[in-house]
Design a protein around this ligand. Structure first.
Ligand code: NAP
Length: 503
């Protein structure tokens, strides 16, 4: 029989509060619902679940990690239609998870976090939200790293007479065909949206501050026979394992090891040379930094699109705007009706951190003044009973984010078991353990292309530290951080065992 969750939707005192109903929050909620041990609630500021897959609805949005790896291992395998699923298909998958797992009653939509404060005397997190107070023993932050669009400060942008739209805030109906469109950025979102926009635009100008490395995508629909086979759990599991280990081999490239880095560079430059004949355009599209330090993009139609007669590749950033005129750093100017900002996210400094106050009332943002730090990429010193999913050094540039999230879910569940079995009031990772883990991250990342190859959003500009990515394979992340161990924690016993924190 399916265990029945114990939480009524309007309950304000719960064991666990999860902030965010994207992949990580839904994964955490699924685990808690299945355990049926802790009461819990998920708060979500938007009016639907899905996180980045709900917000990013630009034409062409898709995943560049194979579907059977970019999904929960603990759910029955989904019947994916293509190798790389579309954003809409992933969003349906997440909604289906919520429905099948009976999570709806736990999720409060349109409930934004205003503040989360640790009440040490009560050993509770006290959350002020748009719809009232929630008190919880454990706080799980699952706000993601691709949730706050980054809008570049462009001089005169407010004077633009046309429409400005970020890829993460797409508005259907703005484009009806025949517009002059500028796209700012040539990252993962840009290469997906540009081929679609070019089809309907009168003119499309692509402002590129840094050209990306691009390799062939080679997406395809699964045949009926493949789909039937991949619905069998053992086959899907075997496929997932194969994909995971295969993707993990790419970490050698990120260490700059030969021949791996030379092979991937040759693959990307070969793709460019095959698809772009014009020497001047080819030169403008040739990166001058090491491959892998920014995300390696997958596209078969980005380069061909740039050679359409209605497309201009502007090999410099957007510098300023004056009414309908957009000026590039090169000095070139363009008359535009729409500006699409494909400029990424505020990932290194998550805005939610300013709203979380720990044991000594310091905010998480203050604690992270030199960039995000943690223990096990999940716990933070000074913030008892708080776990951060998909936060410091928990992302990957070469493998599935969902595998990383699942690793963290195992860790959090282990911590919840410990809290339950030990009867402890709280768990707080020590400052020494956090400092030690931070040193370990710095040592592991020192020789990676992320620190030696170029600037990217994986590196915090305040400290120059790699704070977004795990500097290792996905498998090594699980080995290091998949199992909760109480040793590096200060543990506060129940009140009758006076004596304060002890190990
Ligand atoms: P992004 O990778 O951060 O790319 C942003 C682009 O905007 C870059 O080309 C960047 O140039 C440019 N840019 C930013 N600020 C600028 C400024 N002030 N002036 C000029 N150019 C500026 O963002 P994204 O493409 O949205 O992708 C973010 C992440 O989302 C990806 O790394 C990936 O993890 C995820 N994503 C995944 C998929 C997928 O298929 N799975 C699809 C989309 C997104 P510089 O390189 O010079 O900084």
């Amino acid at each position: 029989m399916t265990p029945q969750p114990r939480t009524a939707p309007d309950e304000v005192e719960v064991d666990v509060v999860i902030v965010g109903a994207g992949f990580a929050g839904i994964g955490m909620a699924t685990q808690l619902a299945r355990r049926a041990r802790e009461s819990f609630v998920v708060i979500e500021r938007a009016d639907a679940v899905g996180g980045t897959w709900r917000d990013n609805t630009y034409p062409g949005i898709a995943c560049d990690i194979p579907a059977h790896l970019y999904s929960f291992s603990f759910r029955p395998p989904a019947d994916w239609s293509t190798l790389y699923p579309s954003g809409a298909e992933i969003q349906r998958y997440l909604q289906q998870t919520v429905d099948d797992e009976g999570l709806g009653g736990h999720i409060r939509l349109r409930c934004a976090l205003d503040e989360a404060r640790w009440d040490d005397a009560a050993a509770r997190w006290v959350l002020a939200t748009g719809t009232g107070e929630i008190r919880a023993r454990v706080l799980v932050m699952a706000v993601g790293r691709l949730s706050e669009p980054h809008m570049p400060a462009v001089e005169g942008l407010e004077s633009f007479t046309g429409t400005v739209m970020h890829t993460a805030g797409w508005r259907d109906g703005v484009l009806s065909g025949g517009e002059r469109i500028g796209v700012v950025g040539t990252g993962a979102s840009a290469v997906q949206v540009i081929p679609y926009l070019a089809q309907g635009a009168d003119e499309l100008v692509v402002f590129s501050r840094t050209p990306p490395y691009v390799v062939p995508r080679e997406d395809r629909r699964f045949t009926d026979a493949e789909r039937a086979e991949l619905r069998v759990p053992e086959r899907a599991r075997a496929r997932r394992d194969e994909l995971l280990l295969d993707a993990d081999k790419a970490f050698r490239q990120r260490l700059g090891l030969r021949p791996d880095i030379d092979d991937i560079r040759a693959r990307a430059l070969g793709h460019l040379n095959r698809q772009v004949g014009d020497p001047a355009l080819r030169a403008a599209l040739t990166p001058d930094y090491e491959i892998g330090c920014k995300r390696i993009l997958l596209s078969d139609d980005f380069y061909p699109t740039l050679q359409r007669p209605n497309v201009v590749f502007e090999a410099s950033a957007l510098d300023s705007v004056a009414e309908c005129k957009a000026q590039a750093v090169s000095g070139n100017t363009y008359d535009l009706d729409v500006l699409v900002m494909a400029t990424g996210f505020e990932a290194t400094r998550p805005p939610a951190a300013a709203r979380i106050r720990g044991r000594d009332a310091r905010s998480l943002d203050e604690h992270w003044a030199d960039g995000m730090v943690s223990y096990a990429s999940t716990a933070v010193s000074g913030f008892p009973n708080m776990f951060v999913l998909d936060g410091p050094n928990a992302a990957l540039g070469h493998n599935s984010a969902i595998y990383m999230i699942e690793t963290q879910l195992d860790y959090v569940v282990g911590a919840l078991d410990f809290l339950a079995h030990s009867g402890s009031r709280s768990l707080e990772v020590t400052a020494e353990a956090e400092a030690g883990y931070t040193r370990e991250i710095d040592e592991r990342s020192a020789s990676t292309v992320w620190l030696t190859g170029c600037n990217s959003w994986y590196v915090d500009p305040r400290s120059g530290r790699l704070t977004l990515l795990w500097p290792g394979t996905a498998v090594s992340f699980r080995e290091r951080n998949g199992t909760f161990d109480p040793a590096p924690y200060a543990i506060v016993a129940p009140p009758r065992n006076e004596g304060g924190p002890h190990r």
